[in-house]
Design a protein around this ligand. Structure first.
Ligand SMILES: [Zn+2]
Length: 183
């Protein structure tokens, strides 16, 4: 009986841990900077799934943004990896979604980027490119244990209120948080 209850509440916790980067305010510890749904280390591999070369390029830019940030991140693209990155035209309101699975020690995740809402709210290619890069890099920030909407007045890639045309890469605040979390 107790085990069953525990399993039920674990299930609720897992779905509540979905981190959403859109207009929806969701649950990841809203005030905290640390997000427990991230990877246990800063070195991990991700596969791209069902996307064309254009999207592979967006993903490579996003992981390059982290790998070149000087925070010890090494995010590789590897077809045999369990964590995945994909994109599509989803009917939901979010721009990007990070869904973790497993325990932190055995973490995997799925990132989805929503071309539909991003195009709807940009409407031209240069702006769309920037917003896609901002969103993709933001979602990888969750894999590096950064929570949504950190409680800071500093500029952050993880804030929903950021200017996605300007803030596409990890900001000083984001970098120091990743270093602090994984030190
Ligand atoms: Zn987010």
């Amino acid at each position: 009986m107790n085990r069953r209850i525990a399993r039920v509440s674990l299930g609720i916790g897992t779905s509540a841990a979905l981190a959403v980067a859109g207009t929806l305010a969701v649950s990841a510890p809203a005030q905290a900077t640390y997000y427990s749904g991230g990877m246990p280390t800063r070195s991990f591999s991700v596969k791209t799934v069902g996307v064309n070369g254009e999207w592979v390029k967006y993903f490579d830019t996003a992981r390059g943004n982290w790998n070149n940030a000087g925070v010890g991140a090494s995010i590789k693209r590897k077809s045999s990896a369990k964590p995945s990155f994909t994109a599509g035209n989803y009917s939901q309101s979010w721009y990007g979604l990070y869904a973790p699975s497993g325990t932190r020690a055995h973490r995997s995740f799925q990132i989805k980027v929503n071309a539909s809402t991003l195009w709807r709210d940009t409407g031209n290619i240069p702006k769309y490119d920037k917003w896609v890069r901002s969103t993709s890099t933001h979602e990888l920030g969750h894999a590096l244990s950064l929570a949504d909407n950190p409680n800071t007045s500093k500029v952050s890639l993880m804030k929903h209120s950021r200017d996605r045309s300007k803030v596409q890469t990890p900001q000083p605040y984001d970098k120091s948080e990743v270093k602090r979390i994984y030190r």
